[in-house]
Design a binder for this molecule. Structure first.
Ligand code: FAD
Ligand code: SF4
Length: 487
C-alpha cells in the first residue's frame, strides 16, 4: 500500500533573507514531479466538497485527476471553462477559506494544495506556447462558433471583473472596448498586489490575450469624466456597458495628524511603487517616502502587501498595527506567515489615536492605545475597546493606512438612473449584474465592496452571459419573426 503523505507537498519559496531585498516572486511553483505527488494526495471524491468552497465552482476533482494522469494542458482547459484567470487565482485566492477549507482530508491531514496545483497547470500552459494557443482558442464554454455579432460593448475598468467580462464577451463575438482610468490596465492586479506575490508579466499576458482576441483597450480614460456612460450608449453606439470600476477610494481613521507628510493610504503607497516605480526615483518621475520606521494600520491582504513592500524598499523596522488579534485578521495565512518570516512586527490589540508631527510637517510618532476584546459586534467578531490610560507613542517616519476602501463615485454620480447604496456601491442583481439602468451591468468590488479576485472574476463572467442574453433578446425583438435565442 502506498504511504499516505499527510502534509501538502511543500511549495518551494525564496529564502526569507534573500527575498527581503527584492521584488522577485516568493513562491516558486511546483515542478512536474511535485505537482504529480500533490495530485496523488487527492481522493477524487464522488461528491467533491472542495468545489462547493470555490466561489465559481472550478471542477477541482476533474482537473486534479487530469494532472495525476499527466495531462496538465487538459487540466487547465477544464479550469478555464469556469475561471479565465487560473494563474492569478492559483496565486492569490484565500484558499484556506474557500476550496481547501472544504477538502475532506483536512483535519487528519493537510488539505490538498488546490491553489498551488491550479497555478502549476496555468504556468505550464503559459510556458508551453504552441500548446497554449491550442488550449486558449476554444476554452470557456463560450458561444463563439463563428457568428458575427456586430454589437459593441463597453467595459469600464480593467480589474479581474472587467478582464473576465471583456474576454468572455469578445469570445462570443462582440466588439469590446475596455476603458481604464490609469495608464496601464489590470486594476488591483497591476497597481495593488505587488510583484513578489503576483508577477506583472502574468497579468500582462492575460491582457495581451485580450488584445489578440480583438478587445480594444483605452487607457487614461476616466468614465464619468472623459466620457459618460450615457455618451457611450447614446452617441458612441455601445449597446451595453459593464462597470467593473472597483473600490479604490481609501478610508482614513479621522484621527488628528492624518494630513502630515509621510502618511499615505495603502492604495497610494502601492500604486506609487507598483505602477510608477517610485522606489527607483529619480530614474522614474514619481517619488515615495522610503520610511525607516514604518507602521501599517490594518491586518488584511492590503496591509501585508504594504508592510512587505516597505521592507523591500528599505524599512529597518516595519510594524502592522491592528486593533484586534491574529485570530480576527483577514489576511491570507500564507502572506501573514511570509510577512513574519521577513521580520514584520505585529502589534495586536493596538490602535492609533493621534499622529504626531515634527516642526517640518513630517510624521514622527504615532500615539496608540491598547485594546481589549469584549462581546461580539454585528460582524460576529469580538468588539475591541480601548484600555484607559494605556497610551504610548511609537516612533515612526512613515504611516500607511490599510483600512479598506469604498467605490470611487465618479461613474455613479455621472450616470442618471444608476442606483447605489449608502456607501456608493452600485446596486446590481447578484445573478446577472443588471443594474437599475437598462443595458448597464456591474460587478466586482464596485458592487460588493472590497472582496476577492475570484469573486470579481465570477461576477464578470455572469454579467458577460447576461449581457449576451440581453443583446440577443434585443436583436431578436428588432428583427420581425426572429425566434428568441437564435442570435
Ligand atoms: P479592481 O481590481 O479594483 O479594478 C478596477 C479598475 O477600474 C481599476 O483599474 C481602476 O483604475 C478602474 N477605474 C475606476 N474608476 C474608473 C473610471 N471612472 N473609468 C475607468 N476606469 C476606472 N484579493 C484576493 O483574492 N487575493 C489577494 O491576495 C488580494 N490581495 C489584495 C491586495 C491589495 C493591495 C488590494 C487592494 C486588494 C487585494 N485583493 C485580493 C482584493 C482584489 O484585488 C479585489 O477584490 C479585486 O481586484 C476587485 O476586482 P475589480 O475588477 O472589481 O476591481
Ligand atoms: Fe480554489 Fe480559487 Fe481555484 Fe476556486 S479559483 S479552486 S477558490 S484557488
Amino acid at each position: 500500500m502506498p504511504m499516505v503523505q499527510l502534509k501538502k507537498t511543500p511549495l518551494p519559496a525564496l529564502d526569507a533573507i534573500q527575498r527581503r531585498d527584492g521584488f522577485q516572486e516568493v513562491n516558486l511553483g511546483y515542478t512536474p514531479a511535485q505537482a504529480l505527488a500533490e495530485a496523488q494526495r487527492c481522493l477524487l471524491c464522488q461528491e467533491p466538497a472542495c468545489e462547493d468552497g470555490c466561489p465559481v465552482g472550478v471542477p477541482i476533482r476533474d482537473f486534479i485527476k487530469l494532472i495525476a494522469e499527466g495531462k496538465p494542458l487538459e487540466a487547465v482547459r477544464r479550469i478555464k471553462q469556469v475561471n479565465s484567470l487560473p494563474a492569478i487565482c492559483g496565486r492569490v485566492c484565500p484558499q484556506e477559506h474557500q476550496c481547501e477549507l472544504r477538502c475532506v482530508i483536512r483535519g487528519k491531514q493537510e488539505p490538498v494544495a488546490i491553489g498551488a496545483l491550479e497555478r502549476y497547470v496555468a504556468d505550464y500552459e503559459m510556458n508551453d506556447r504552441p500548446g497554449a494557443a491550442g488550449v486558449s482558442s476554444g476554452h470557456n464554454g463560450s458561444t463563439s462558433n463563428g457568428h458575427k455579432a456586430s454589437a459593441k460593448v463597453a467595459v469600464v475598468g480593467s480589474g479581474p471583473a472587467s478582464l473576465t467580462a471583456a474576454g468572455d464577451l469578445s469570445r462570443m463575438g462582440y466588439q469590446v472596448t475596455l476603458f481604464e482610468a490609469l495608464h496601464l490596465p489590470g486594476g488591483v492586479l497591476m497597481y495593488g498586489i505587488p510583484e513578489f506575490r503576483l508577477p506583472k508579466s502574468i497579468v500582462a499576458a492575460e491582457i495581451d490575450k485580450l488584445r489578440e482576441q480583438g478587445v480594444e483597450i483605452r487607457c487614461n480614460t476616466v468614465i464619468g469624466r472623459t466620457i459618460t456612460i450615457d455618451q457611450l450608449m447614446n452617441e458612441m453606439g455601445y449597446a451595453a456597458v459593464f462597470i467593473g470600476s472597483g473600490a479604490g477610494s481609501p478610508k482614513f481613521m479621522g484621527i488628528p495628524g492624518e494630513n502630515l507628510t509621510g502618511v499615505y493610504s495603502a492604495n497610494e503607497f502601492l500604486t506609487r511603487i507598483n505602477l510608477m516605480k517610485a522606489h527607483c526615483f529619480p530614474d522614474y518621475d514619481t517619488p515615495v517616502k522610503k520610511g525607516q520606521r514604518v507602521a501599517v494600520v490594518g491586518a488584511g491582504d492590503t496591509a501585508m502587501d504594504v508592510v512587505r513592500t516597505a521592507i523591500r524598499v528599505g524599512a529597518k523596522e516595519a510594524s502592522v498595527v491592528y486593533r484586534r488579534t491574529e485570530k480576527e485578521m483577514t489576511a491570507r495565512v500564507e502572506d501573514y506567515r511570509h510577512a513574519a518570516e521577513e521580520g514584520v512586527i505585529f502589534r495586536w490589540l493596538t490602535t492609533p489615536v493621534r499622529l504626531v508631527g515634527s516642526g517640518d510637517g513630517w510624521v514622527r510618532g504615532m500615539e496608540c492605545v491598547r485594546m481589549e476584546l469584549c462581546e461580539p459586534d454585528e460582524s460576529g467578531r469580538r468588539r475591541p475597546m480601548p484600555v484607559p490610560g494605556s497610551e504610548s507613542v511609537m516612533e515612526v517616519d512613515l504611516v500607511v493606512m490599510a483600512l479598506g476602501t469604498n467605490p470611487n463615485p465618479t461613474v455613479s454620480q455621472s450616470t442618471p438612473g444608476l442606483a447605489t447604496d449608502q456607501y456608493g456601491h452600485i446596486k446590481a442583481d447578484p445573478l446577472t449584474g443588471a443594474t437599475s439602468k437598462p443595458g448597464v451591468f456591474a460587478g466586482g468590488d464596485v458592487v460588493t465592496g472590497s472582496a476577492t479576485v475570484i469573486l470579481a472574476a465570477g461576477a464578470g463572467k455572469r454579467s458577460a452571459l447576461a449581457i449576451h442574453r440581453y443583446l440577443s433578446e434585443k436583436l431578436n425583438a428588432s428583427v420581425p419573426g426572429r425566434a428568441a435565442g437564435s442570435h
